[in-house]
Design a binder for this molecule. Structure first.
Ligand code: SF4
Length: 341
């Protein structure tokens, strides 16, 4: 479908029904080791006049549709100068007065470059939700993936956004520290999240993309991918160390093994740990059966193991692989994961 205004390629899962307005093209950093979203694409900030024209064209096109949400594309709208961003937000509110939530990806680097006063003005003008790719709270992991920020900057950025009254959704990538840093990844990420208390914690599981720097490291033996079970152990350690927060926590992408893992802190922490323990306490065969079944879309949740026809189907698929070597199976699990991220 073609629209009379420019659209970028990506939006968060939660913004499926939102109005999309493109303020920047691609990503101003474009160097994270796991990411190929904007690889080889040049970053630019669109002119305010161009964006305002797009807002007007979108208003014409949608002809009075009462959007309640708008997402500003692409990788980081906070790199736009504050005075321009305020003009864009005022224009957006003028043409779409029913908007309640305006959101954007916000990198920590850009957030900490704005003053608390600027962030407050931006929030008051309508940009009241930031999606922040923390990925990890461990300096070793942030360094490994070339995130361009350290843990204390990530925490400062998160706190600045919250102090400005913005809602904040932090993304974490499980398995990102490999087998070397998995414990530091879990505990330091929990520490950073405890220090921020974001509104939402959204968890993704690593799937290494073709052409990424992380894939190069992996091929060269400089990064060792954890097994599915290790990643669940890592997540257990992360949740165990989340304390004093009131965030909503969720595995919400099909790349995550345990999609039922979602709940409100602090009250749902025991429930989350018990779901992880249910998986970890399975016998070895059932673990493999479940992982393959989930990766092939046979199962949706761990309870589906009780369905004997689904169980037999997953078992047949396991036999079809023709190998019981754990390393071979882990390769298959990973390649199935990598297809959905
Ligand atoms: S993860 Fe985000 S900040 Fe990093 S390169 Fe990709 S789009 Fe840019």
């Amino acid at each position: 479908m073609t629209y009379p205004f420019e659209l970028g390629p990506i939006r968060p899962v939660d913004e499926a029904d939102s109005l999309l307005i493109r303020t920047t093209r691609n990503c101003p950093w474009n160097k994270c080791g796991f990411c190929v979203n904007y690889r080889d694409k040049k970053f630019s900030i669109r002119s305010t006049a161009e964006i305002k024209k797009d807002i007007e064209s979108a208003a014409d096109y949608f002809n009075g549709h009462r959007f309640s949400r708008c997402f500003l594309q692409d990788g980081d709208s906070l790199v736009v100068k504050t005075k321009d961003l305020l003009k864009i937000l005022h224009h957006l509110k003028k043409y779409f007065p029913t908007l309640e939530i305006i959101s954007s990806y916000g990198r920590s680097q850009s957030i900490i470059r704005k003053s608390p006063q600027e962030l407050k003005e931006i929030c008051d003008a309508g940009l009241n939700l930031l999606y922040c790719g923390m990925e990890s709270g461990s300096d070793s992991v942030l360094n490994l993936i070339n995130k361009g920020v350290n843990a204390s900057q990530v925490v400062r950025a998160g706190n600045l956004a919250k102090q400005a009254n913005m809602r904040l959704s932090e993304f974490i990538i499980l398995g990102l520290g490999g087998t070397e840093y998995w414990q530091a990844h879990a505990t330091a990420t929990a520490e950073a999240l405890n220090a921020i208390n974001p509104d939402k914690i959204r968890v993704l599981t690593i799937g290494i993309k073709d052409g990424s720097d992380l894939q190069e490291k992996w091929k060269k033996g400089k990064f060792f991918l954890p097994t599915e079970e290790n990643i669940i152990e890592e997540q257990r350690l992360l949740i165990e160390n989340l304390n004093g927060i009131t965030s909503h926590y969720a595995n919400h992408h099909s790349v995550d093994l345990l999609m039922e893992l979602r709940g409100q802190f602090p009250e749902d922490k025991p429930k989350l740990l018990s779901i992880l323990d249910t998986f970890l306490n399975l016998n070895e065969h059932d673990k493999l059966n479940f992982i393959l079944g989930r990766r092939l879309g046979i199962y949706r949740r761990i309870k589906d193991l009780e369905n004997s026809s689904l169980y037999l189907l997953a078992d047949r698929k396991l036999q079809d692989i023709g190998s019981s070597k754990r390393a071979d199976l882990e390769q298959i699990f990973h390649s199935l994961r990598a297809q959905v991220v």
